[in-house]
Design a protein around this ligand. Structure first.
Ligand code: PLP
Length: 413
């Protein structure tokens, strides 16, 4: 039986896989030890569990386990990498290069450093969301210390040619940080083949728990140094003090082990679901723009704009479907997504976009029901005259329990 609303926001976060929850369970109760305790079994078993998880995370990133530092998530890992390099290497240079479509974790950290006198260069992307490697070449100056470019984009699913970026950085002897929070477990990540020096990872984007992530920090060729951002007991080889989140780490490790085995088959299945969803929408509606990279991007990402439809109205129209707008709606006035704007998409079109994130637990039945719901909601919104004031928003049918029942919703063909 489906759970409502149907969850299609898997790029924001994913549910914890039941196999992950099972693996974590003992570490919340009987195996509660502090891995830093050296004097009893409780400490030993916690430490062994952490080291086993470290191997699983490392394997999925093509890294050596000793180079993995556990953090509270990708935001902390990104901060550790960028602020850490800026702090340690500031005598070598002050330029940091990034790109307009990065996650706020990267952009805001760079902006904070710009406020402290660093020279931050933010590269543009083309209308497909791709970086120009020549522009990167040209931006790298003698005083450049770091390039930070993500692997897969969280709004449009674009996958950067990180191996080529890694090569350019290597040629210039510049450190390369890559935010792979959205890529890990969905596409191949390999710090050796991609020549990545620092890699940020998150547990909750690949069916692990929230509040856990990791930073890969290269140990040789070159040996990357970081100024820590947290001081204390010297955990994680002094990079990240603080008692380890053992259940979180165990869950993250299990999530990586599962992804390592299932990645290819899962990507294929999700890709097929998305193809189905898109073709059902496109064959029933005109004026649908595809903003995500459905050719080469992440299989689970579908970012669509509907001409003449406000994304907030559309979402309010389908309370039985959990998707997000393509915009940052943390304030009362929705702000067009900086990612869509970077592609040259108009503010109006950006505000008419929704981001659908398909994931491991979505079924073909759910996709059929969601396609149906999107089509009827867009048709409904387009058929009413433009609204006069916000009271006119609820012009669409409110869901009734019958409509919520999958049995009663026929897939659109
Ligand atoms: C989710 C996400 C982050 C932040 O990760 P947290 O673990 O939630 O801090 C950073 N970058 C990208 C690309 C993301 O998708």
């Amino acid at each position: 039986m489906a759970t409502y609303p149907i969850y299609l926001d898997n790029l924001a976060t994913t549910p914890v896989d039941p196999r992950v929850a099972d693996a974590m369970d003992p570490y919340l109760t009987e195996a509660f030890g502090n891995p830093a305790s050296r004097t009893h079994r409780y400490g030993h078993e916690a430490r062994e569990a952490v080291e086993s998880a470290r191997r699983d995370v490392a394997t999925l990133a093509g890294a050596e386990p000793r180079a993995i530092i556990f953090t509270s998530g990708a935001t902390e890992a990104v901060n550790m990498a960028i602020q850490g390099v800026a702090g340690y290497y500031s005598n070598r240079g002050r330029r940091i290069i990034t790109c307009r479509t990065e996650h706020p974790a990267v952009l805001d950290t760079c902006a904070a450093l710009a406020g402290r006198g660093f020279d931050v260069v933010v590269l543009d992307v083309d209308t497909g969301g791709h970086l120009d490697l020549d522009a990167l070449h040209q931006a790298i100056s003698d005083d450049t210390i770091l390039v930070s470019i993500m692997l897969a984009n969280n709004e449009i699913g674009v996958i950067h040619d990180v191996a080529a970026i890694g090569r350019v950085c290597k040629e210039h002897g510049v450190l390369f940080h890559c935010d792979a929070a959205q890529a890990l477990g969905k596409i191949v990540v390999d710090v050796e083949a991609m020549q990545i020096d620092l890699l940020s990872l998150s547990g909750h984007k690949l069916y692990g728990p929230k509040g856990i992530g990791a930073l890969y920090c290269r140990r040789r060729d070159p040996h990357v140094r970081l100024e820590p951002i947290l001081y204390g007991g010297g955990h994680e080889r002094g990079f990240r003090s603080g008692t380890l989140n053992v259940p979180g780490i165990v869950g993250f490790g299990r999530a990586c082990a599962i992804a390592n085995r299932e990645l290819d088959a899962e990507a294929e299945r999700i890709h097929a679901l998305r193809t189905n969803l898109l073709s059902q929408i496109q064959s029933n509606l005109d004026g649908v723009q595809v903003n995500s990279d459905v050719e080469q991007g992440l299989a689970g990402c579908l970012n669509l704009s509907f001409d003449g439809v406000d994304a907030m109205d559309l979402i309010e129209c389908m309370p039985d479907v959990a998707v997000s707008t393509g915009s940052a709606c943390t304030t009362a006035i929705p702000k067009p997504s900086h990612v869509l704007r970077a592609l040259g998409i108009s503010p109006e079109r950006a505000l008419s976009s929704i981001r659908i994130g398909l994931g491991r637990f979505n079924t073909a039945d759910e996709i059929g029901a969601v396609a149906c719901r999107i089509v009827e909601s867009v048709q409904q919104l387009r058929s009413v005259p433009p609204k006069q004031n916000s009271d006119d928003r609820n012009t669409c049918l409110q869901p009734n329990p019958e409509a919520l029942d999958r049995e009663n919703s026929s897939p659109v063909t």
